[in-house]
Design a protein around this ligand. Structure first.
Ligand SMILES: [Zn+2]
Length: 367
């Protein structure tokens, strides 16, 4: 009998050892169903051995059995960005596209001919600036994701080359055991999507990315985060609950870029505390990594249309365009110097450099 998976209980992202139960049609007294959950030390939590063990400890019982569990563990390794803080969202974006395809059609199959343009557009919009051509930027994850053990192509083509992908009308899809485990439990599709999108992108961009790949942002972002997080550091870090209020106060509760300071009944509305270096990329909840930004400028800062240079002048990306007056108002911000009140800690140059290298799109407008 095939076990049915009926329930995924959400857990906090920062509590990796809290319970995640996926109940199957297996006796509660089964050995597989109720092993003791032992807290893992953060130092040991990210070894491949422990990732597998943690899956087992969570009683993930699937139609694909241990093979599917291994496939999910391999998928989880894509949550980890490179240690030096360089962004590499190509493979996660392809996986998100395949998860969306699976959610919509019941199969993760993606033909290169249909996928190249969509994937390239996602990489261009949400990835760091690159001189790589569009098709080439898509060919890289489409061929290389195979080496992560979660993806296969129906033709054996070389890595990175566009021509064989097009000539062979190549189709890619998840490796069979991963495909089976995801098909058996759609909640895992959403959980995997949440884990990946939150590991590589800030909250301002996650809904747009999920919608672009055909996944419902509300459903995904409510899903239990059951995908193991190989980043021990991420597991160990906690959001500082005082950070937002401290940043808003330091910047007079107004957007550091445009001065917007709206309130409703005395409470600030539409102004966020924005990380310069993203939290998911080791950006600290510290005063030298925060700016108060209105919701619009926060999003434009996170997508790389806005940036800073070291003397704290605002930079507008030359890739940003607008036709109407409200949009064109952004051009006027270019070169404007931040005006912090006396005593406010300004963004640290290292965080500004990270944002410039990893987020800011292309070149700034001419002075
Ligand atoms: Zn603003």
């Amino acid at each position: 009998m095939t076990p049915s998976l009926v329930d995924v209980l959400p857990r906090a992202k920062t509590a990796p050892d809290s319970a995640v139960l996926i109940r199957g049609a297996i006796s509660p007294h089964s050995e597989k169903q109720s092993p003791a959950r032992r807290p893992l030390s953060v130092d040991r939590a990210n070894s491949p051995h422990n990732l597998t063990r943690r899956w087992q400890a969570y009683s993930v019982v699937t139609a694909a059995g241990s093979t599917g569990t291994e496939a999910l563990t391999r998928l989880a390794t894509l949550r980890q960005h490179q240690q030096d803080g360089r962004r590499s969202p190509h493979k996660p974006l392809l996986v998100l596209l395949a998860l969306g395809q699976l959610a919509v059609t019941g199969s993760s199959k993606l033909a290169w001919s249909d996928t190249a343009t969509r994937l390239a557009a996602l990489i261009k919009e949400f990835g760091p600036t690159s001189k790589t051509g569009r098709a080439q930027s898509a060919a890289y994850p489409f061929t290389r994701l195979r080496s992560d053990g979660v993806w296969q192509l129906d033709h054996d083509v070389p890595m990175d080359l566009i021509t064989p992908l097009a000539a062979g009308q190549v189709v890619g899809q998840f490796e069979p055991s991963l495909e089976a485990v995801l098909r058996a439990n759609r909640a895992l599709v959403h959980a995997a999507a949440r884990g990946l999108v939150e590991s590589h992108f800030p909250a301002t961009l996650a809904p747009d990315i999920l919608a672009a790949v055909g996944l419902d942002p509300d459903t995904v972002l409510r899903a239990g985060d059951v995908l193991p997080d190989p980043s021990a550091e991420t597991n160990a870090r906690r959001r500082d609950p005082r950070w937002r209020a401290a940043v808003l106060q330091a910047w007079d509760r107004q957007c550091a870029f445009c001065g917007y300071d709206g309130q409703i009944a005395g409470a600030t509305v539409g102004v966020d505390a924005a990380h310069v270096r993203w939290f998911a990329f080791d950006g600290p909840d510290g005063p030298d990594n925060g700016l108060a930004l209105c919701a619009l400028h926060h999003k434009l800062f996170d997508v790389g249309a806005l940036g800073l240079e070291h003397a704290l002048h605002i930079q507008v990306s030359a890739t940003f365009t607008a036709r109407a007056t409200a949009g064109r108002a952004l051009y006027d911000l270019h070169g404007t110097e931040l005006q912090p009140r006396p005593g406010t800690t300004v963004p640290h140059p290292d965080h500004v450099t990270w944002h410039t290298q990893e987020v800011f799109k292309g070149q700034p407008l001419a002075a």
